[in-house]
Design a protein around this ligand. Structure first.
Ligand code: ADP
Length: 271
């Protein structure tokens, strides 16, 4: 609590007094603190690949450029780092648009089966390479739904790519969809991967929060996938949750409201 003291004097009544105003600054300070942490995280996440880039370019300059095999390897590393920085900046831009509510939802009617089949298709090469089986299970009661296809694809891509990243070769991924009695569509992505320790679960949707930073970076992760997914689901009026058992597997589930076009909700997700 912050206190402001103001002395007042009433000439008519000839009295003097002090007004004390108490401000609750905890919320404001917490916001400021999380903003500071965010900026520190962004700076660190950008600095790491830049430092790597610089040292490999220096090595090339110092002679590695004349050794074709080595040079090719070093160029490969710098290219990967540059690509990771682009992914990070792209994710940051998505988040900032979602934060400022600039991200208008462009809703269209979508067939759930088709949407989920297409997600699996996008990852078919990776899945085959890692011998991971994918199964899509759709309830009979799921009718077409209005949603922003690009944005929900981004959510599904983030979740399925996590499921693949954090599951060992030969594992299994299931994508399930069903219409709940409360008229929400629920989509679940379940894997048989490394899981998440209980102590980390409550913080996993925070920006840049990762169980294992080195592992996430090695897999090309930005630490923003789940935060972006949560913002997109929130904008649609749904919710997202994660359940996991360490060394057994993880299930991420999210809901989306079934609403007819023009039934009282604007297409930017605001009522
Ligand atoms: P990242 O780019 O690091 O994958 P995310 O925001 O998508 O960032 O996920 C945050 C962290 O949550 C990951 O670093 C990982 O530790 C954990 N995580 C997410 N999905 C899974 C999963 N399916 N299995 C195990 N851990 C996961």
């Amino acid at each position: 609590v912050r206190a402001t003291f103001t002395s007042v004097h009433s000439r008519e009544k000839g009295t003097t007094g002090t007004i004390v105003v108490l401000h609750d600054v905890t919320e404001q300070e917490e916001l400021e603190q999380s903003r500071r942490e965010f900026v520190a995280n962004v700076s660190h996440e950008l600095r790491t690949p830049l430092t790597t880039l610089k040292s490999y370019l220096e090595a090339l300059d110092d002679g590695a450029i004349d050794e074709p095999q080595l040079a090719r390897k070093f160029v490969g590393v710098t290219r990967n780092e540059a690509e990771r920085m682009i992914r990070l900046v792209t994710d940051l831009l998505h988040l900032s648009r979602l934060d400022s509510n600039q991200a208008m939802l462009k809703k269209e009617q979508v067939h759930v089966t088709e949407m989920l089949d297409e997600v699996a298709d996008r990852f078919s090469f990776q899945l085959r390479q890692r011998s991971i089986a994918i199964q899509i299970i759709i309830g009979d009661n799921t009718s077409p739904i209005w949603l922003d296809r690009d944005k929900i694809d981004q959510v599904l891509d983030n979740l399925v790519s996590n499921a693949i990243k954090y599951t060992g070769d030969g594992g299994q991924i299931r994508i399930m969809a069903e219409r709940l009695p409360n008229d929400m569509l629920e989509i679940k992505i379940q894997d048989t991967g490394i899981g998440i320790p209980k102590k980390d679960l409550s913080r996993i949707f925070e920006r840049f929060y990762r169980v294992d930073k080195a592992r996430s970076r090695n897999m090309g992760g930005t630490g923003l996938g789940l935060s972006i997914a949560r913002e997109i689901i929130k904008a649609h009026g749904g919710a997202i949750a994660i359940d996991s058992e360490f060394n057994v597997g993880t299930t991420v589930s999210f809901t989306l409201p079934y609403m007819e076009e023009g039934s009282g909700t604007n297409h930017d997700g605001k009522s």
